[in-house]
Design a protein around this ligand. Sequence first.
Ligand SMILES: [Zn+2]
Ligand SMILES: [Zn+2]
Length: 309
Amino acid sequence: MNQFPPASGFVRSLLEIINDYPTGDPVELLGLVAEILAEDPDPGVRAGQLLALYSTSFWAVHRLRDQRVYDSLLAAAALAEETLDTCEEDHPGYAELDNLERIVRWIPAIENPEVATAAGFTGRDEIALFSCPAWLRTMAREAMEVLLARRPVEFGMPDFSLLTPAYVVDGALDVIGLTVNVGSFPEDAPSQIASLWAAQRLLGDVPQSEVLPLTAVVCSSLVGQEATAPPAVPTYLREVLTQVATDSACAHGESHDVDPDSWLAGVQYLYKPMRFDDDEPVDEDLWHCPGQRAAMIRTALQLSAPLER
Ligand SMILES: [Zn+2]
Ligand SMILES: [Zn+2]
């Protein structure tokens, strides 16, 4: 008996892509996968499409030359990574994430419980694992890492506005969520993508209250990048900071905070919903002065200069 649910035409097309002999139109197929994921469909469909995106991302970095579709895959992976839940359950079994064919063959059963039932696969470990948000998150993260790492510098940056609902809640920027995400592991793809989103938002027409936290996030991320970062990331962050930099002489002279380690903590303090006695306070006048932003930008550009390639 076949150990997989029956393969659909979609699965066969994915298998062809993975094995590098696509017979149909792989660009159109992958564009569709990204489109469905961007609409944030029901969990089953999202899981199936995410498995498709993950499995084909290795092909995409080498073969996909359609910049628009490449970028939509990257943005869709970032959206999934940002919005999927964590999971505390202890699932039996272990999914081999490098066995791409195996992953793809489970898609019909993951997407549709009826397919799984009809094939007698309801209790399978694979279904539990590939439906688990934490596993899917890992796969989304890996896909965005490979796609971001190989994204050519010369094409600028994809539009990450898809991520806005993750950071702007009820019309207000989630300063704490954004700074925590960017500050945790600045050398990892989720943090890098969050900082790229912040940089793009900074270029737009944003409310005045967002300018300081967005600037701090971009500056802090740029300084936190290591030499191994995908070159497109520091290059783009530097470009944006250079564009938004202003000349601002102010009465504070040299007293603005130029220590990168304190920037995220500073805005977190200012934007906290509640303050506690053991919080490390910052000088609010100093931080809300345009001179603070100018000082951060100047410092970040200076410190990151050797990263420019
Ligand atoms: Zn789980
Ligand atoms: Zn000042």
